[in-house]
Ligand binder design. Structure first.
Ligand SMILES: [Zn+2]
Length: 334
């Protein structure tokens, strides 16, 4: 049987199949070229780029409308051209890269890897691609069952929903942290000013005892004694005036990032690039484990504060500790 043109275009338009996949499908279904040869990738490439099928023909590098019935629509042709173009770019296979090195098998501890399987659906007479996440079996046989991509996505979405901020809360949060930042910067400025006045006062004092020593009003011992005391005072202020503006800026950036992530995470998981998805998941969670056909993970700080209090990693224990500086309040810098 000759190659079914419309079918070849429709398969290519899905973007799911490589040219090799399409050639195999057509071959499996008993199609061949006019010379009774197996359909090859290069042959398909030629077919899928031929304007004749949507009713046009090339003459001297120009397209002309033919007076015959087209086999496919121009729209279908254009979609396929886009997909073919996509294919010539470096391949980015989304579902393969999304969870690289993120999930581990809860049964044997191996990495969880992703496999694509092509299945023929008898009912619809179509080939479909199925994606599975499963134990890599590096340590031999492992009983952990695979999870379909659909199941994994559903679990991720339902979990992520727990730390999601709505638009109003997100906007309010941003407003509050920005106001706080501005206030702290102003406080800091005032403090700087106060410190510089104090430093000047101490330096004047130093100058005065130098003058007194020059005029013979102080003995050498008295001068050294007073000078040492003054220098100690001065060094205290110098330590205090270390610039905290950079720390404040880092604090603001971390707070904004926290709020933005909590607002956008579902959107990123739905429409983001694989590396964005991977990054955002690694940012909010840890210990991603596939076990008993379920995916579990824990929320990282500070994102876990958005959970119900009883589900947070630690409740209120951290307020007095300076160990976790990632989201420290600027007040603690004073
Ligand atoms: Zn395993």
């Amino acid at each position: 049987m000759a190659v079914p043109i419309e079918k070849a275009f429709k398969l290519a338009a899905t973007g799911t199949y490589s040219l090799g996949n399409i050639a195999n499908i057509l071959h499996d279904e008993g199609f061949s070229t006019k010379k009774e040869k197996e359909v090859s990738k290069s042959h398909l490439q030629v077919i899928l780029k031929r304007p004749t099928y949507y009713g046009y023909f090339l003459h001297n590098c120009e397209l002309f409308e033919g007076n015959y019935e087209p086999i496919i629509s121009k729209t279908l042709f254009d979609i396929v051209q886009d997909k073919l173009e996509d294919r010539s770019k470096p391949k980015k296979v989304e579902w393969v890269r999304e969870f690289v090195r993120l999930i581990r098998c809860g049964n044997c501890g191996c990495a969880v890897t992703t496999t694509l399987k092509r299945k023929y659906i008898k009912k619809t007479k179509e080939w479909k691609i199925f994606i599975y996440h499963h134990c890599a079996h590096r340590k031999g046989n492992c009983e952990e069952k695979p999870l379909t991509h659909k199941e994994l996505k559903a679990i991720l979405f339902s979990q992520v929903e727990r730390i999601l901020l709505d638009k109003e809360t997100w906007q309010l949060g941003l407003e509050i942290v920005r106001q706080k930042y501005a206030k702290e910067i102003q406080n800091n400025k005032n403090q700087h000013f106060f410190y510089s006045l104090e430093q000047q006062r101490i330096r004047d004092k130093l100058q005065r005892i130098i003058d007194m020593r020059t005029n013979g009003e102080l003995t050498k011992e008295e001068f050294i004694d007073q000078k040492d005391k003054i220098l100690v005072q001065l060094s205290k202020f110098e330590n205090k005036t270390i610039d905290v503006n950079q720390s404040l800026k880092t604090w603001l950036e971390l707070m904004e990032d926290f709020l933005n992530t909590a607002f956008q995470i579902q959107e990123i998981l739905e429409h983001g690039k694989p590396e964005q998805k991977q990054k955002v998941l690694a940012k909010i969670g840890e210990n991603f484990i596939l076990k008993d056909e379920k995916l579990t993970f824990s929320f990282k700080k500070p994102h876990d504060v958005l959970l119900q209090p009883e589900m947070r990693q630690e409740v209120l224990l951290d307020l007095d500790s300076n160990q976790d500086k990632r989201i420290q309040s600027p007040l603690s810098y004073h």
